[in-house]
Design a protein around this ligand. Structure first.
Ligand code: EPS
Length: 390
């Protein structure tokens, strides 16, 4: 079974991610992992931190001679900014005068809820772990999940559908999403250049006013075979697993699969994807006229592209802060401000890809199993043959 978790503080020495359960014999392309980390750092509206950090995956265990060996994988991402924080966040007691308090909680951030929960007198430790910097660790292991899925012919990528009030109203075909990956400069990772310019204007507006902006990213998983996930038990449904995985990302407040949001207001005839039999196709001879289901019916992948959207609230650290309360005096004050981003929609999309890839890799391993890639391939090909013969 594929299991994963992360540790690390935003301004600590580094982030660590663990991934256990990948079969042995998977080729690990470190340049690919680092490019995924680079992609997460891009986008118009990111803050000064991204100029400090150049995230690189330092694999500590589980990979030898460029292949997985079936043992748990640990990945370290160093925080270059740590040198500026060693006295503020020491592991040992250190000098309390050098600790950096977060004196008033930011509305929308975890600050107040976290301080109450863990009984902290201020929000420094809450900020450190709740920060979206943690998503870099997920992207590192998500890249390994992507390498595994690629072996089965599955690819996972994202694009930006909306920034603030500017949105793209057409479905973007896979080939266009795929071509975004080749861009050497990432503005807002939108497939439509005109819409991307309008999205940039949305970011410029909030940059001027000291505000922040949210948006929507869409993750697309291409060539997923029918049959991942199941309706047999509530917690094994693929849509539920994907929704939970994407919702777990910092700042995501809603998740949509396929045309889920507009479908709620449409008649069934305008929503459901009619079925035809063409005799040949990706996995079977069945085909669909459209993909409003987002590649999942009854909690099971149906062979169409899987489409999952993450809706991001605007970043909650504001240069022109909202009203809050001082933790110590309980007097009304402005919320704390610390260097931050104003728009992270493209970056969140890359983190969304990681979560979708990890979820699909887990479901694929549950279905096909295998301790070595040879065994996984054999099982996968046997199933694909079964689908062809259906
Ligand atoms: C970061 C995400 C944001 C950044 C952070 C790096 O974190 P948060 O969710 O706390 O707003 O602001 O950088 C800093 C904390 C900083 O020192 O600038 C990321 O995605 O890497």
């Amino acid at each position: 079974m594929l299991r994963y978790f992360t540790s690390g503080e935003s301004h600590g020495e580094g982030l660590v991610a663990f991934l256990s359960g990948l079969p042995a014999g998977l080729k690990v392309d470190l340049a690919f992992v680092d490019r995924e980390l680079w992609r997460r750092q891009q986008g118009y509206g990111r803050g000064g931190r991204m100029k400090i950090e150049t995230d690189r995956a330092h694999i500590l265990s589980g990979v030898r001679q460029a292949l997985t060996i079936g043992s748990p994988i640990a990945v370290l991402l160093e925080n270059k900014d740590w040198k500026n924080w060693e006295e503020a966040l020491p592991v040992e007691e250190g000098d309390p005068a050098k600790h950096k308090r977060v004196a008033s909680p930011r509305p929308g951030h975890a600050d107040l809820a976290g301080a109450l929960k863990y009984n902290f007198s201020e929000a420094r430790y809450v900020l450190e772990r709740a920060s979206a910097r943690e998503s870099a660790a997920r992207v590192a292991i998500g890249a390994l999940a992507k390498l595994f899925l690629r072996e089965l012919g599955i690819e996972v990528l994202s694009h930006v559908v909306a920034v603030g009030a500017t949105s793209l109203d057409k479905e973007v075909p896979w080939e266009q999403i795929r071509s975004l990956w080749d861009r050497q400069e990432i503005l807002l990772n939108c497939a439509d250049v005109d819409a991307e310019q309008r999205m940039k204007t949305e970011v410029d507006k909030v940059l001027k006013t000291g505000d922040s902006v949210g948006g929507i990213f869409e993750v697309v998983a291409h060539k997923v075979p029918p049959g991942l996930g199941t309706y047999a038990q509530w917690d094994e449904r693929l849509d539920g697993l994907l929704a939970g995985a994407v919702m777990s990302l910092q700042a995501v407040k809603a998740v949509e699969i396929g045309a889920g949001v507009t479908a709620a207001a449409s008649p069934g005839s305008a929503v459901h994807d009619e079925i035809a039999y063409a005799g040949e196709g990706n996995f079977t001879g069945f085909s669909r006229s459209r993909n409003n289901a987002g590649g999942i019916e009854g909690g099971v992948s149906n062979g169409e592209d899987i489409r999952v959207r993450g809706y991001l609230k605007p970043i909650s650290t504001l240069r022109r802060p909202l009203q809050s309360v001082d933790f110590a005096s309980r007097e009304p004050v402005k919320a704390a401000y610390e260097r931050s981003d104003v728009c992270v929609v493209p970056a969140a999309g890359v983190a969304g890809e990681a979560m979708v890839a990890l979820t699909l890799a887990r479901c694929a391993l549950e279905k096909f199993g295998g301790d070595s890639m040879l065994e996984t391939h054999r099982n996968f090909q046997g199933y694909c043959q079964q689908l062809k013969n259906y």
